[in-house]
Design a protein around this ligand. Structure first.
Ligand SMILES: NC(=O)c1ccc[n+]([C@@H]2O[C@H](COP(=O)([O-])OP(=O)(O)OC[C@H]3O[C@@H](n4cnc5c(N)ncnc54)[C@H](O)[C@@H]3O)[C@@H](O)[C@H]2O)c1
Length: 249
């Protein structure tokens, strides 16, 4: 029960990594506020409440700063605080080589994956600054550390999440606000289900991967909880790569 009497805000908590992390936080005693554009977060809330936990879902498009401000306000109003935040909402563009990439799709990815994290961090930090600090974890990707072909917008966006994480980490460390990021490798979620359903992709990717498989979302959640916990009290501005060894080649 590391998060007993703590309040955690999670964006993109309807499915995949965000869902698994919401359930894990709730199991450890946190009250969980989920902001997402997908109403299936209601099922995540039901699952948490049925197990005796506390959770609430509010529809929120993270690319809209006013909606994110309102999400943080509702979280504080409902649960009486905000101690940790997991800024995880993201979208993946269609795979296209750089010279064929679509400019409108580039804008959409930047709006959700970069501006969404910026909006969330701003609102969370404004609250934490006046309320004793807190811990923030942003979801980057191995694409925030290395490049994969056909993913220019995503690579740019996730490198920007790494930059936002470091920028905030150095500004607020003396205010007891720690800001870190996770950089998952391939995780089996709705985002990657089309790739993972393709035998040729699986064969190619798993042959090159040291661990030879995709992660389960639960295998990512553990690191998020650690980074938000007191055990990580001196960890700040770090990018936790969780990739089964993929980027160690
Ligand atoms: N699956 C992977 O292999 C992988 C690897 C590295 C990083 N990531 C990142 O992990 C995060 C979670 O992805 P996932 O794999 O769990 O996929 P997912 O599609 O299951 O989850 C993404 C969540 O973000 C929500 N979302 C999308 N746009 C939003 C918006 N504008 N406002 C609010 N919520 C929005 C979706 O509804 C969904 O709940 C993303 O940031 C993704 O880029 C995923």
């Amino acid at each position: 029960m590391r998060f007993k009497e703590k309040v955690v805000l999670i964006t993109g908590g309807s499915t995949g990594i965000g869902r698994a992390t919401a359930l894990a936080f709730a199991r450890e005693g946190a009250s969980v506020m989920i902001g997402d554009v997908d109403n299936s977060a209601a099922e995540v809330v039901q699952t948490i409440v049925a197990a005796g936990g506390v959770a609430y879902f509010q529809r929120c498009n993270v690319s809209d700063g006013a909606q994110v401000d309102d999400l943080v306000q509702q979280c504080v109003g409902r649960f009486g605080g905000l101690h940790a935040a997991f800024n995880n909402a993201g979208i993946l563009p269609t795979t296209k080589l750089f010279h064929e990439a679509d400019g409108d799709e580039f804008d959409r990815v930047i709006a959700v994956d970069v501006k969404g994290v910026f909006n969330a961090m701003k609102a969370e930090i404004r609250h934490m600054l006046n309320n004793g600090g807190g811990a923030i974890v942003n979801t980057a990707s191995v694409a925030g550390v290395i490049a994969d072909p056909g993913m220019a917008a995503y690579v740019a966006a996730k490198h920007a999440v790494v930059g936002l994480t470091k920028a905030a980490a150095i500004e607020y460390a003396r205010n007891d606000i720690r800001v870190n990021a996770i950089a998952p490798g391939l995780v089996d979620t709705p985002m990657t289900s089309r790739w993972l359903a393709d035998p040729a992709f699986r064969e190619m990717f798993f042959a090159a991967s040291p661990i030879g498989r995709a992660a389960k979302p639960e295998e990512i959640a553990g690191t998020v909880l650690h980074l938000c916990s007191d055990a990580a009290s001196f960890t700040n501005g770090q990018i936790a790569i969780i990739d089964g060894g993929q980027t160690s080649h």
